[in-house]
Write a new protein. Structure first.
Length: 367
């Protein structure tokens, strides 16, 4: 970009991995006019007030939610000068253009959110889907809002009267509710007056592997909690000889993916292009290392799912982590030479919707 612009135009970049002091310096220079062109990630989505910013171009706008686009657009037009927001789409599909056209029709955040809800659907009430149509057979969440409100009030009245639905007149209702939720591997707790889902069981039973991720950064606070969950996993004899290496640089993730592709002879292998790759490793001499890391991985997956973050197990490294080309990359990541990588966790916001399915297996009870 610098080559395409006159030398008098100052160009700088801004992203979330920069230190706070450096980010503040860049923003101050941009606000004062010392920097004329700022190339940035979505780190500028909120909390940025630069009245002299008049033009914004959003690349691959179709990858962002409308609420996020509305926030980004709000970074320009804060001064007296005429301002423009140019949204460049990499997908000319009808649905994509229809969604982006909503941004042209209105600056009202509430209207934009309402139209977005109509297009993508509200997702699950009992579940984790954040988009898609509801499974109501007789009602519509938009046109039948008043009826749904009455139904909600009636449900509250019934459960206040009989929290366990134990009365004869509610037995059939209870059976229908349990049958409906049972088909989705979920259970509503009726006993002792509780009306909430068991969140731990809900997280376990609704988690699915994600193999298509959005290009969207993960919040640092949530990533830290996911890693804390990993550290609190069971460890054989409490040795805890593991290390959790977090790779946020997508180019470095793809560098490792290409090395795996070459080692295994797999074409176009990209580890599903996650935003973050967590690489648990363990001392080679620890006989419980594999089991310890498996427990930690499960904690990572469940913690990620509890935050609405998708994940998938990457298992290719176990047999090839000592291949020279791969070990060189792992060394560059700071993974000790005496550590084995049994598996990796690819994380990111899901860009696919997994259909619910039953789990198969055999359970034997010995009394």
């Amino acid at each position: 970009m610098k080559k395409a612009l006159p030398e008098t135009v100052s160009v700088e970049y801004l992203h979330g991995k920069m230190k706070a002091r450096e980010k503040n310096r860049v923003m101050e220079q941009f606000a004062s006019g010392e920097i004329q062109v700022l190339v940035s990630t979505t780190v500028i989505e909120v909390g940025v007030n630069v009245p002299n910013a008049t033009v914004m171009m959003i690349e691959n706008a179709e990858r962002f939610g409308l609420a996020q686009l509305h926030q980004l657009r709000g970074r320009v037009g804060r001064g007296k000068a005429q301002s423009y927001c140019i949204m460049v789409s990499g997908n000319g599909g009808k649905d994509t253009m229809e969604r982006l056209d909503i941004m042209n029709r209105s600056n009202d955040g509430f209207y934009i959110a309402s139209e977005d809800l109509k297009l993508r659907g509200p997702g699950d009430i009992f579940g984790v889907r954040q988009s898609g149509e509801l499974e109501f057979k007789l009602g519509d969440i938009f046109t039948d809002a008043n009826i749904l409100k009455q139904v909600s009030e009636e449900v509250n009245r019934i459960l206040d009267e009989d929290p366990g639905l134990d009365k004869e007149e509610y037995r059939e209702l209870k059976r229908k509710v349990e049958q409906y939720l049972g088909d989705r591997d979920e259970h509503l707790i009726f006993n002792k007056g509780e009306r909430t889902m068991n969140e731990t069981m809900k997280t376990i039973l609704t988690r699915r592997s994600t193999r298509k991720f959005k290009v969207q950064e993960l919040p640092e606070a949530e990533l830290e909690q996911i890693l804390q969950a990993a550290l609190y996993a069971p460890s054989g004899m409490s040795k805890q000889t593991w290390q959790f290496t977090v790779v946020k640089n997508r180019e470095k993730i793809q560098l490792l993916a290409k090395a795996v592709e070459k080692a295994l002879g797999r074409e176009r292998y990209d580890m599903y292009q996650p935003q973050v790759l967590i690489i648990p490793s363990n001392q080679r001499e620890n006989h419980h290392g594999k089991e310890d890391n498996a427990c930690a991985m499960e904690n990572i997956f469940l913690a990620a799912h509890s935050f609405g973050i998708g994940s998938v197990w990457i298992n290719q490294l176990q047999g090839i982590c000592d291949e020279p080309a791969i070990r060189e990359i792992l060394n560059g990541f700071g993974i000790p030479a005496d550590h084995v990588v049994y598996g990796m966790a690819a994380l990111g916001y899901a860009d696919d919707v997994k259909a619910e399915k039953k789990r198969n297996g055999k359970v034997v009870v010995v009394e």
